[in-house]
Design a protein around this ligand. Structure first.
Ligand SMILES: NC(=O)c1ccc[n+]([C@@H]2O[C@H](COP(=O)([O-])OP(=O)(O)OC[C@H]3O[C@@H](n4cnc5c(N)ncnc54)[C@H](O)[C@@H]3O)[C@@H](O)[C@H]2O)c1
Length: 253
């Protein structure tokens, strides 16, 4: 087991990739704190983990709210004695309302950035002191090829929030290197999850999205699991400030 005795917080663990990573972390021996705003989905992830003999508990948290994040980290520490891994994954994309810059509403810009970027920072902010207490840890931020490239035309709020994740990863990697807190970003491709379910309805849309990925297929939540485990585990002890793609070549294109 590669994560034995570790405590991992996974945000947005009720669905999609966060759900797959939470289950995989538990299988590797971690105690998993399942964070989400959707209690029903999150409890289903907890039940899945417990059904294979793993340890997990749900803590309701909207990652954009500082007081909630602070309380979530405090209760994770109280319950499990500390935190070793933060998988900073919770995110939103308002498919229909996100748009080109001159058409975008302030509300969609603010909410997208509040969850995707501010939320990732807030979770790191409150987890870092707990990691310092432990002598180190691993923070993994979930970025997107669209943070690097203009590959999601019209998604101004989403793309810019993911660009912010890239900067946040690098600055935190440098700021906390001496504290043995590693900070890396993971890049999934277009992946079949509830977030983009609408964009994937119909054979034509699927074909077009798959064709934008050199490997010619849409990602599945399990495609990020190998990297998520590696970056959390001690075998990645000298890896920080890195960008890791599980994207079928999408970012390279
Ligand atoms: N699906 C893709 O094609 C794709 C591609 C690249 C990157 N990503 C990124 O990967 C991450 C996971 O995406 P997904 O597709 O699995 O998403 P998803 O929508 O399937 O799941 C996201 C989960 O986050 C939760 N969530 C939403 N807002 C929250 C908040 N404020 N606080 C706590 N939890 C919240 C949701 O309830 C849900 O359970 C996101 O950061 C997303 O931007 C997704």
């Amino acid at each position: 087991m590669r994560l034995k005795n570790k405590v991992a917080i996974v945000t947005g663990a009720g669905a999609g990739m966060g759900g797959a990573v939470a289950v995989a972390y538990a299988r590797e021996g971690a105690k998993v704190v399942v964070v989400d705003v959707d209690e029903k989905l999150a409890q289903a992830t907890v039940a899945k983990i417990q059904s294979v003999g793993g340890e997990a508990s749900f803590i309701y948290t909207d990652v954009s709210e500082a007081s909630r994040v602070k309380a979530m980290v405090a209760s994770a520490v109280e319950r499990y004695g500390g935190v070793d891994v933060l998988y900073n994954n919770a995110g939103v994309q308002f498919m229909k309302a996100d748009s080109r810059a001159h058409e975008l509403s302030e509300e969609i810009w603010d909410r997208t950035h509040a969850v995707n970027l501010k939320g990732a920072w807030l979770c790191a902010k409150y987890v870092i002191p707990a990691m310092m207490e432990r002598g180190g840890g691993s923070i993994i931020l979930v970025a997107s090829p669209t943070g690097f490239r203009g590959c999601a035309p019209g998604a101004t709020a989403y793309s810019s929030s993911k660009g912010g994740i890239i900067g946040l990863t690098r600055i935190m990697a440098v700021d906390y290197a001496k504290d043995h807190i590693r900070v890396n970003a993971l890049f999934p491709a277009t992946t079949e999850t509830p977030m983009i379910a609408e964009a994937l309805t119909g054979a034509e849309k699927r074909k077009r999205l798959a064709a934008a990925i050199p490997m010619g297929r849409i990602g599945q939540p399990e495609d990020v699991v190998g990297l998520a485990i590696f970056l959390a585990a001690d075998e990645a002890a000298f890896c920080t400030g890195g960008f890791y793609m599980a994207d079928g070549g999408m970012t390279a294109w």
